[in-house]
Design a protein. Sequence first.
Length: 258
Amino acid sequence: MTSQDRTATDKPRRVALITGAASGMGAALAADFARDHDLCLADWNGEGLAATAVEIGNSTLARKLDVSDRPQVQATIEAIRERFGRLDVVINCAGFSRSLTTRTPLAEAEEIFDNVVAVNLKGAWLVSAAAAPLLSRPGGRILNISSISAFSGGRKPGSLAYAAAKAGIVGMTYGLARELSPDGITANALAPGMVENTGFIASAGNSDERTKLILSETPAGRAGTVHDIVAAARYLASPEASFVTGHVLHVNGGWMFR
Protein backbone atom coordinates (compact mmCIF):
# COMPACT_ATOMS: atom_id res chain seq x y z
CA MET A 1 0.00 0.00 0.00
CA THR A 2 1.39 3.39 -0.97
CA SER A 3 1.36 6.37 1.36
CA GLN A 4 -1.29 7.89 -0.90
CA ASP A 5 -3.47 4.77 -0.60
CA ARG A 6 -2.99 4.75 3.17
CA THR A 7 -4.08 8.39 3.43
CA ALA A 8 -7.24 7.68 1.43
CA THR A 9 -7.99 4.58 3.53
CA ASP A 10 -7.43 6.33 6.86
CA LYS A 11 -9.56 9.33 5.96
CA PRO A 12 -12.55 9.39 8.35
CA ARG A 13 -16.00 8.84 6.95
CA ARG A 14 -18.06 11.98 6.65
CA VAL A 15 -21.04 12.32 8.98
CA ALA A 16 -24.52 13.26 7.77
CA LEU A 17 -27.70 14.18 9.61
CA ILE A 18 -30.88 13.43 7.67
CA THR A 19 -34.27 14.45 9.05
CA GLY A 20 -37.52 12.91 7.82
CA ALA A 21 -35.60 9.66 7.41
CA ALA A 22 -38.37 7.21 8.30
CA SER A 23 -39.85 7.06 4.80
CA GLY A 24 -39.95 8.45 1.28
CA MET A 25 -37.13 10.72 0.13
CA GLY A 26 -35.51 10.77 3.55
CA ALA A 27 -35.25 6.98 3.73
CA ALA A 28 -33.90 6.82 0.17
CA LEU A 29 -31.29 9.46 0.97
CA ALA A 30 -30.31 7.57 4.11
CA ALA A 31 -29.86 4.29 2.25
CA ASP A 32 -27.62 5.92 -0.33
CA PHE A 33 -25.54 8.12 1.97
CA ALA A 34 -24.90 5.12 4.25
CA ARG A 35 -22.47 3.82 1.62
CA ASP A 36 -19.83 6.37 2.56
CA HIS A 37 -21.19 8.37 5.52
CA ASP A 38 -21.83 7.69 9.17
CA LEU A 39 -25.42 8.72 9.77
CA CYS A 40 -27.69 10.30 12.29
CA LEU A 41 -31.24 9.65 11.15
CA ALA A 42 -34.10 11.60 12.70
CA ASP A 43 -37.89 11.48 12.39
CA TRP A 44 -40.94 11.92 14.60
CA ASN A 45 -42.09 8.44 13.49
CA GLY A 46 -40.04 6.31 15.84
CA GLU A 47 -41.26 2.97 14.50
CA GLY A 48 -40.54 3.85 10.88
CA LEU A 49 -37.20 5.36 11.85
CA ALA A 50 -36.15 2.20 13.67
CA ALA A 51 -37.01 0.12 10.61
CA THR A 52 -34.93 2.38 8.38
CA ALA A 53 -31.98 2.25 10.78
CA VAL A 54 -32.10 -1.54 11.02
CA GLU A 55 -32.26 -1.90 7.25
CA ILE A 56 -29.26 0.38 6.77
CA GLY A 57 -27.16 -0.86 9.68
CA ASN A 58 -23.58 0.41 9.69
CA SER A 59 -22.75 3.16 12.15
CA THR A 60 -26.23 4.67 12.37
CA LEU A 61 -27.55 6.81 15.18
CA ALA A 62 -31.37 6.97 15.20
CA ARG A 63 -33.13 9.79 17.03
CA LYS A 64 -36.88 10.22 17.40
CA LEU A 65 -37.22 13.93 16.79
CA ASP A 66 -39.83 16.64 16.47
CA VAL A 67 -37.80 19.14 14.45
CA SER A 68 -40.01 22.01 15.65
CA ASP A 69 -38.97 21.38 19.27
CA ARG A 70 -35.76 23.28 20.11
CA PRO A 71 -34.65 21.17 23.13
CA GLN A 72 -35.06 17.97 21.09
CA VAL A 73 -33.06 19.45 18.21
CA GLN A 74 -30.27 20.59 20.52
CA ALA A 75 -30.15 17.18 22.19
CA THR A 76 -29.84 15.51 18.79
CA ILE A 77 -26.90 17.71 17.78
CA GLU A 78 -25.21 17.01 21.10
CA ALA A 79 -25.73 13.26 20.54
CA ILE A 80 -23.99 13.61 17.17
CA ARG A 81 -21.10 15.45 18.83
CA GLU A 82 -20.74 12.74 21.47
CA ARG A 83 -21.06 9.83 19.02
CA PHE A 84 -19.06 11.06 16.03
CA GLY A 85 -17.28 14.21 17.14
CA ARG A 86 -18.03 15.91 13.82
CA LEU A 87 -20.78 16.76 11.33
CA ASP A 88 -20.32 17.36 7.62
CA VAL A 89 -23.76 17.24 5.97
CA VAL A 90 -27.23 18.32 7.11
CA ILE A 91 -30.21 17.35 4.94
CA ASN A 92 -33.49 18.90 6.09
CA CYS A 93 -36.08 16.54 4.62
CA ALA A 94 -38.71 16.52 7.38
CA GLY A 95 -42.03 17.88 6.22
CA PHE A 96 -45.72 17.32 5.60
CA SER A 97 -48.70 19.07 4.05
CA ARG A 98 -52.28 19.72 5.09
CA SER A 99 -54.97 21.29 2.96
CA LEU A 100 -55.60 24.96 3.69
CA THR A 101 -57.56 27.55 1.71
CA THR A 102 -59.05 30.96 2.42
CA ARG A 103 -62.38 29.14 2.92
CA THR A 104 -61.04 27.16 5.90
CA PRO A 105 -62.56 28.48 9.16
CA LEU A 106 -60.02 30.92 10.55
CA ALA A 107 -59.33 29.23 13.89
CA GLU A 108 -58.77 25.89 12.15
CA ALA A 109 -56.75 27.61 9.42
CA GLU A 110 -54.43 29.19 11.97
CA GLU A 111 -53.75 25.82 13.61
CA ILE A 112 -53.03 24.17 10.25
CA PHE A 113 -50.79 27.01 9.12
CA ASP A 114 -48.80 27.03 12.37
CA ASN A 115 -48.30 23.24 12.31
CA VAL A 116 -47.20 23.09 8.67
CA VAL A 117 -44.81 26.02 9.01
CA ALA A 118 -43.45 24.71 12.33
CA VAL A 119 -42.27 21.44 10.80
CA ASN A 120 -41.41 22.45 7.23
CA LEU A 121 -39.77 25.83 7.88
CA LYS A 122 -39.10 26.39 11.56
CA GLY A 123 -37.83 22.83 11.89
CA ALA A 124 -35.34 23.25 9.05
CA TRP A 125 -34.19 26.52 10.59
CA LEU A 126 -33.74 25.03 14.08
CA VAL A 127 -31.76 22.06 12.77
CA SER A 128 -29.56 24.25 10.58
CA ALA A 129 -28.89 26.78 13.33
CA ALA A 130 -28.16 24.14 15.96
CA ALA A 131 -25.92 22.17 13.59
CA ALA A 132 -23.96 25.13 12.20
CA PRO A 133 -21.36 25.35 15.02
CA LEU A 134 -20.50 21.65 14.55
CA LEU A 135 -20.32 21.66 10.75
CA SER A 136 -16.91 21.19 9.12
CA ARG A 137 -15.07 24.38 8.26
CA PRO A 138 -14.43 24.19 5.37
CA GLY A 139 -16.55 21.47 3.78
CA GLY A 140 -19.85 21.63 5.64
CA ARG A 141 -23.02 21.20 3.60
CA ILE A 142 -26.63 22.19 4.34
CA LEU A 143 -29.23 20.89 1.93
CA ASN A 144 -32.87 21.90 2.35
CA ILE A 145 -35.73 20.11 0.62
CA SER A 146 -38.10 22.72 -0.78
CA SER A 147 -40.75 22.03 -3.44
CA ILE A 148 -42.05 23.15 -6.80
CA SER A 149 -44.99 24.47 -4.73
CA ALA A 150 -42.70 27.26 -3.49
CA PHE A 151 -42.75 28.66 -7.02
CA SER A 152 -46.14 27.55 -8.31
CA GLY A 153 -48.29 27.97 -5.20
CA GLY A 154 -49.31 24.32 -5.53
CA ARG A 155 -51.16 22.36 -8.16
CA LYS A 156 -54.60 23.38 -6.93
CA PRO A 157 -56.19 25.33 -4.06
CA GLY A 158 -55.25 23.93 -0.67
CA SER A 159 -51.49 24.43 -0.68
CA LEU A 160 -51.36 27.83 1.04
CA ALA A 161 -49.46 26.73 4.15
CA TYR A 162 -47.19 24.24 2.39
CA ALA A 163 -46.30 26.63 -0.43
CA ALA A 164 -45.56 29.41 2.04
CA ALA A 165 -43.34 27.16 4.16
CA LYS A 166 -41.44 25.80 1.17
CA ALA A 167 -40.98 29.31 -0.23
CA GLY A 168 -39.60 30.26 3.17
CA ILE A 169 -37.10 27.42 2.81
CA VAL A 170 -35.75 29.12 -0.32
CA GLY A 171 -35.28 32.48 1.41
CA MET A 172 -33.72 30.79 4.42
CA THR A 173 -31.32 28.91 2.16
CA TYR A 174 -30.18 32.18 0.61
CA GLY A 175 -29.65 33.66 4.07
CA LEU A 176 -27.66 30.65 5.28
CA ALA A 177 -25.51 30.74 2.15
CA ARG A 178 -24.73 34.41 2.65
CA GLU A 179 -23.78 33.91 6.29
CA LEU A 180 -21.92 30.59 6.18
CA SER A 181 -20.17 30.57 2.80
CA PRO A 182 -17.17 32.56 4.11
CA ASP A 183 -16.56 29.62 6.49
CA GLY A 184 -16.55 27.13 3.61
CA ILE A 185 -20.07 25.87 4.40
CA THR A 186 -22.50 25.77 1.51
CA ALA A 187 -26.30 25.98 1.73
CA ASN A 188 -28.49 24.86 -1.15
CA ALA A 189 -32.02 23.61 -1.77
CA LEU A 190 -33.76 21.02 -3.92
CA ALA A 191 -37.21 21.74 -5.35
CA PRO A 192 -38.75 18.40 -6.39
CA GLY A 193 -41.86 18.07 -8.48
CA MET A 194 -43.97 14.92 -8.54
CA VAL A 195 -41.92 12.01 -7.21
CA GLU A 196 -43.08 8.40 -7.24
CA ASN A 197 -43.18 6.16 -4.17
CA THR A 198 -42.92 8.93 -1.57
CA GLY A 199 -46.60 9.37 -0.70
CA PHE A 200 -46.57 12.65 -2.64
CA ILE A 201 -49.22 11.68 -5.17
CA ALA A 202 -51.55 10.03 -2.66
CA SER A 203 -51.22 12.71 0.02
CA ALA A 204 -51.92 15.43 -2.51
CA GLY A 205 -55.25 13.83 -3.27
CA ASN A 206 -54.52 13.49 -6.97
CA SER A 207 -56.81 11.22 -8.96
CA ASP A 208 -55.44 9.13 -11.83
CA GLU A 209 -56.78 11.75 -14.24
CA ARG A 210 -55.13 14.56 -12.32
CA THR A 211 -51.85 12.66 -12.27
CA LYS A 212 -52.06 12.08 -16.02
CA LEU A 213 -52.66 15.80 -16.52
CA ILE A 214 -49.59 16.69 -14.47
CA LEU A 215 -47.45 14.24 -16.41
CA SER A 216 -48.78 15.62 -19.71
CA GLU A 217 -47.53 19.04 -18.60
CA THR A 218 -44.08 17.66 -17.73
CA PRO A 219 -41.65 17.90 -20.66
CA ALA A 220 -39.75 14.82 -19.44
CA GLY A 221 -42.99 12.84 -19.74
CA ARG A 222 -42.68 11.01 -16.43
CA ALA A 223 -42.77 11.46 -12.69
CA GLY A 224 -39.51 11.71 -10.82
CA THR A 225 -38.03 8.89 -8.76
CA VAL A 226 -36.23 8.94 -5.45
CA HIS A 227 -33.08 8.14 -7.42
CA ASP A 228 -33.42 11.51 -9.19
CA ILE A 229 -33.57 13.23 -5.81
CA VAL A 230 -30.66 11.23 -4.41
CA ALA A 231 -28.46 12.00 -7.42
CA ALA A 232 -29.09 15.75 -7.07
CA ALA A 233 -28.53 15.66 -3.31
CA ARG A 234 -25.34 13.65 -3.78
CA TYR A 235 -23.81 16.39 -5.90
CA LEU A 236 -24.81 19.32 -3.70
CA ALA A 237 -23.59 17.51 -0.56
CA SER A 238 -20.29 16.50 -2.13
CA PRO A 239 -16.85 18.12 -1.75
CA GLU A 240 -16.99 18.78 -5.51
CA ALA A 241 -19.83 21.30 -4.97
CA SER A 242 -17.75 23.66 -2.84
CA PHE A 243 -18.38 26.60 -5.21
CA VAL A 244 -22.14 26.05 -5.43
CA THR A 245 -24.07 27.83 -2.68
CA GLY A 246 -27.36 29.70 -2.44
CA HIS A 247 -28.69 27.60 -5.34
CA VAL A 248 -32.12 26.03 -5.80
CA LEU A 249 -31.90 22.93 -7.99
CA HIS A 250 -35.22 22.13 -9.67
CA VAL A 251 -35.75 18.38 -10.01
CA ASN A 252 -39.09 18.21 -11.78
CA GLY A 253 -38.56 17.14 -15.39
CA GLY A 254 -39.25 20.64 -16.67
CA TRP A 255 -42.67 20.86 -15.00
CA MET A 256 -41.62 24.20 -13.52
CA PHE A 257 -41.85 25.94 -16.91
CA ARG A 258 -44.70 23.84 -18.36
